[in-house]
Design a protein around this ligand. Structure first.
Ligand SMILES: Nc1nc2c(c(=O)[nH]1)N[C@H]1C(S)=C(S)[C@@H](COP(=O)(O)O)O[C@H]1N2
Ligand SMILES: [Mo]
Length: 213
């Protein structure tokens, strides 16, 4: 066997491994990609056309409603809470998905421990500094990947992606996560948010393709 032959055998082997790797990744992607979605490697920006500028000294997060202990956080107090990092996939109803988003901030569960929702609290209504709102069942917010994110990929959350702070509920379509979040209100009765009033699905499960109602 000549040197050239052994090199090309090696190359063929490498190519085969690479192809297998690609296939493995493709399969993994298919398992992770909800129906009707395609992967984007960029990070599109979706909003109502306003990206409010909120000076950190003026920023507040109000958490109230059917809770034992309503609170109003300043930026400083909010950042003094225990922090988590979580990597999750992001699915926009307009059919793009972004894999492996690394969010940092405060777990929704941590906020619940502080405000102590009453047993009658079944829904959450989120408000935002741009006038946006959205809603979700409390149960869906209690997963350990739900957070109020102040960081993205280890950096402060950029304004176009909802900074200073936004909500992330990875298992629902991304419109359920309020950018520029301002209030978290625990409710006994469901209240529809901005897009839910305009015909978007209330349940918003990407795996069931619950896009519009
Ligand atoms: N405050 C606010 N939050 C919002 C929106 C918005 O317009 N305003 N758009 C929603 C929609 S439809 C999506 S897909 C995501 C987009 O987040 P991104 O701009 O970081 O990609 O934010 C959601 N949260
Ligand atoms: Mo969206």
């Amino acid at each position: 066997m000549s040197n050239t032959d052994s090199t090309s055998a090696k190359e063929r082997w490498a190519a085969k491994q690479k192809a297998a790797g690609f296939r493995a990744r493709e399969t993994a992607s298919r398992d992770r990609l909800p129906p009707g979605q395609r992967i984007t490697t960029g990070f599109p920006v979706l909003d109502l056309g306003v990206q409010p500028e909120i000076p950190l000294e003026a920023w507040q997060l109000e958490i109230d409603g059917a809770v034992e202990n309503p609170v109003k956080f300043s930026w400083e107090a909010f950042n003094a809470l225990p922090q988590i990092e979580d990597v999750s996939d992001f699915h926009c109803v307009t059919t793009w998905s972004k894999f492996d988003c690394r969010w940092g901030g405060v777990a929704f569960r941590t906020l619940c421990e502080l405000v102590r929702p009453k047993p009658s609290a079944k829904f959450v209504y989120f408000t935002a500094y741009d006038g946006y709102s959205t809603n979700a069942p409390l149960e869906k917010c209690l997963d350990d990947d739900v957070l109020v994110a102040t960081r993205f990929e280890g950096e402060p959350l950029p304004r176009e992606h909802g900074g200073p702070a936004r909500v992330i509920i990875p298992k629902l379509y991304a419109w359920k996560g309020a950018k520029f979040v301002r209030g978290i209100h625990f409710l006994e009765q469901d209240r529809l948010g901005y897009w839910e009033v305009r015909g978007y699905s209330n349940s918003a499960d990407p795996w069931k393709e619950e896009r519009y109602s």
